[in-house]
Ligand binder design. Structure first.
Ligand code: ME8
Length: 508
């Protein structure tokens, strides 16, 4: 039986349309999912949409729709983008689906029955025009942080989750499992937060109605984060453990942006502890993208639309750029200049050129039939050994979610391949029939190294790798057993490759 691997993205709010920030998390998850499948795992990859709560209710009101009409409309845009980006998710959960609502009611009721959720009173600052509660610190100077109008102290009946009872256990868990929260700086933030002690958490609202009703008290709807976080188990069929839930839980990796770490590293694990369920193995919070040095926002009108980028540059360029440009876990900046520079140097020059040069030579010197290699020289062995190192380095990087470092390791071998051509000068070997065996060896090494390169490029740029591997005469699925030197058989017919990536001409 294959080992399982379950990974998730956040479920995105349907009050906003997808932008590169959302695409980034989903893309990173997709690359990891594809890599794990290649390594022989039975992968379950979940994404979805977060459709309840006041934000969505308000956005629907503003658009003159019901919340569900709004959700139906926006969710299609997310799903269409994921398809266009080549996202290979196994399922897509919507929090308005029956399977989700039932699972949420189930866990909420269990926690109520065992006394971990109790009815109490919520007292905080309230902005009536905005219908929003604010904490003491948020409502600084007695003003609403949204509209700046005065707030008043208000009491509201609310259900509370006994989060305070789980803080110490969670802290002990984090300390005993150094890889649970990553990267390390984020882990430290959560540890400091927990050391201050946890308060009980208000987990229901009565001020609006767009949500899942509290079991047995329909005046309350369940707090949107309690509802949303539970998606990671309801999508697996929780509470029924006979199917996917039994197979895939606990989740191996939860990918999120740094903005929602506290929800995933504090609230979610304490809910799970209370429910007696195992905790996620890893939560990884990545950084945020700015655009040309500025925060991405609707009011600045600088929101980068992935559809537009894909139409202009192609899906693999977008996939490559987002994962190569910034080390996963750090903040990064999106700029057109750096995108174009990556296209021209890494893609057109490095990986594209290597393939077109070498396949053209093979067609020219051997009529497209891959020759068997002779004895490998030191130069050839050095290339082979670089390819082998790449395979182990990429594997280690993927375990750490160091996508950019993995790509760097692949590009080092691409660079070595181009250098190998310059050093072996096949065009001069071809001039003398006495060098035929040496030429055969050189050509074999050149094509075999690219088979390995493109096998590892495949999770990042599936279309590009597919095109390249077909030129290299490799039509089989890529499997981990083929991640060894020498699998490309002599006699394989090789096709001359078209340029994989056209250069983008820019005015100085
Ligand atoms: O928070 N850079 O949904 P959301 C990088 N529904 N990533 C970004 C980004 C940026 N500028 N902007 C957004 C929610 N993201 C909740 C989640 S999960 C149970 C519920 C990404 O639509 C990043 O992954 O606001 C962030 O965590 C997510 O989008 C927030 O999406």
């Amino acid at each position: 039986m294959k080992p399982t691997f379950y990974l998730t993205t956040p479920i995105y709010y349907v009050n906003d349309v997808p932008h590169i920030g959302h695409a980034y998390t989903t893309l990173a998850a997709d690359v990891l999912a594809r890599y794990k499948r290649l390594k022989g795992y039975d992968v379950f990859f979940l994404t979805g949409s977060d459709e309840h709560g006041q934000k969505v209710e308000k956005a629907a009101q503003a658009a003159g729709e019901t919340p569900l009409e709004l959700a139906d409309r926006v969710v299609k845009r997310f799903q269409a983008l994921w398809e266009k980006l080549g996202i290979s998710n196994s399922d897509f959960i919507r929090t308005t689906q029956e399977r989700h609502k039932q699972g949420v009611s189930h866990i909420f009721k269990q926690l109520m029955d065992q006394g971990d959720i109790y009815l109490g009173e919520y007292e905080d600052w309230y902005c009536t025009p905005c219908e929003t509660f604010w904490t003491e610190t948020q409502a600084e100077d007695g003003k609403c942080p949204d509209c700046n109008r005065p707030v008043e102290k208000l009491k509201e009946e609310s259900y509370f989750f006994k989060m305070s009872a789980y803080g110490e256990r969670l802290l002990a868990h984090i300390e005993a499992n150094p890889d649970f929260i990553q990267p390390r700086t984020k882990r430290n933030e959560i540890i400091s937060f927990l050391k201050e002690g946890l308060r009980d958490l208000s987990v229901s609202r009565t001020s609006f109605s767009w949500g899942i009703p509290v079991p047995g008290n329909e005046r309350h709807v369940i707090y949107v984060w309690f509802d949303a976080l539970t998606n990671y188990i309801t999508a697996l069929g929780y509470p029924d453990a006979s199917g996917n839930f039994g197979t895939y839980w606990p989740v191996d990796v939860q990918l999120i942006g740094k903005d929602i770490l506290r929800f995933h590293a504090v609230y979610w694990p304490t809910f799970l502890m209370a429910a007696g369920l195992p905790l996620p193995k890893k939560v990884f919070a990545h950084g945020w993208w700015t655009v040309e040095g500025q925060k991405m926002s609707k009011s600045l009108q600088n929101v980068v639309e992935p559809n537009m980028l894909i139409d202009k540059y192609g899906v693999d360029v977008v996939r490559y750029f987002l994962l190569r440009e910034v080390p996963f876990g750090l903040d990064g900046d999106f700029s057109h200049a750096s995108l174009i520079s990556r296209i021209n140097s890494d893609l057109a020059n490095d990986i594209g050129n290597l393939l077109s040069r070498s396949t053209a030579m093979l067609v020219k010197y051997f009529d497209g039939a891959l020759p068997a290699p002779g004895q490998l020289t030191e130069l050839d062995l050095a290339l082979k050994s670089k390819a082998e190192t790449m395979i182990t380095t990429v594997d280690a990087c993927m375990d750490e979610l160091a996508f950019s470092k993995a790509l760097q390791a692949i590009w080092e071998v691409i660079g070595a391949g181009n250098k190998y051509i310059d050093e072996t000068t096949p065009w001069s070997l071809a001039k003398d029939p006495a060098n035929q065996e040496r030429l055969a060896t050189v050509m074999y090494c050149l094509l075999e190294v690219q088979r390995l390169i493109h096998s590892l490029v495949a999770p990042f740029m599936p279309e590009t790798a597919h095109k390249a591997l077909i030129c290299l005469g490799w039509t089989a699925e890529i499997s981990q057993h083929d991640l060894v030197w020498g699998r490309l058989a002599a006699g394989t017919m090789i096709n001359k490759a078209e340029a994989l990536f056209p250069r983008i001409e820019t005015k100085e």
